[in-house]
Design a protein. Structure first.
Length: 106
């Protein structure tokens, strides 16, 4: 069975997609500071669909830096819902180790 991942969708668009094919994941902008997708996170959890937050650390693509410490932002997402899968990017082993420490907070 083929599964589909969607990006930047609202609930109506997700429901339309679900009516024609199985959906594996939704990726929308979501982090502790930008929570407009709260209801969609809950809805995807109810449907058994993974939610992949874009910008999980709160950094904005056109600005530098995140608003929150990475470990705090990642731990919050992991505690927020069991269907959230975080994929934080990093450019160094040190940052990778720091990001991994978020799982210890959960």
């Amino acid at each position: 069975m083929d599964l589909i991942g969607l990006s930047n969708v609202d609930r109506q668009q997700l429901d339309r997609a679900l009516s024609v094919a199985p959906i594996a994941s939704v990726q929308n902008r979501y982090n502790q500071s930008e929570r407009a997708q709260d209801a969609l996170v809950d809805y995807t959890a109810e449907k058994g669909i993974a939610f992949i937050p874009y910008g999980p650390l709160g950094a904005h693509p056109m600005q530098r830096g995140a608003r929150l410490p990475a470990q705090q932002a990642l731990a919050w997402l992991l505690q927020r819902s069991p269907n959230i899968i975080v994929i934080p990017g990093t450019t160094s082993i040190r940052h990778l180790r720091e990001n991994l420490s978020a799982w210890e907070r959960v």
